[in-house]
Design a protein around this ligand. Structure first.
Ligand code: ZN
Length: 135
């Protein structure tokens, strides 16, 4: 299962992005809002994948609550899958706890679903099906 990206929670994209662009010598993509998750995101290419910076649009969004509890930092790891529905069924079949049992729209128009940290060593884990065609 190919690595896709790491999600990093930040209070302000405006403050965080220039530091990371300068550190990695890479330009971040444009700002995209994901209303369903209450975040604005920007992706920055990094090695075989990318970094996804997440800024909450409201304090009671999942990322807003994460920042309140734990501060800025690593939020999730994401893997790319070709068939998200099949992947979710396979995970459930192995007794793995999921946050999303149905794919939902994520950033970049892709379809995503999250696995619960309880089943992934304390790490929120995202599965991404690239492309805009519904899974
Ligand atoms: Zn992500």
């Amino acid at each position: 299962m190919p690595f896709d990206h790491l999600g990093i929670a930040v209070r302000s994209l405006k403050e965080a992005i220039p530091r990371w662009e300068s550190a990695l010598g890479q330009k971040a993509g444009s700002i995209e809002e994901v209303p369903g998750q209450g975040v604005r995101v920007r992706f920055l290419p990094a090695g075989p994948g990318s970094l996804e910076f997440l800024e909450p649009t409201r304090p009671d969004s999942p990322v807003g609550r994460f920042l309140e509890r734990r501060g800025e930092g690593l939020h999730h790891v994401a893997f790319s899958v070709t068939d998200l529905r099949a992947q979710l069924q396979a995970l459930e079949g192995r007794g793995i706890r999921l946050i999303d049992r149905e794919p939902r729209r994520g950033a970049r128009g892709h379809w995503v679903a999250f696995g619960h940290p309880e089943s992934f060593g304390g790490v929120l884990t995202e599965f991404v099906q690239p492309g805009e065609d519904p899974p």
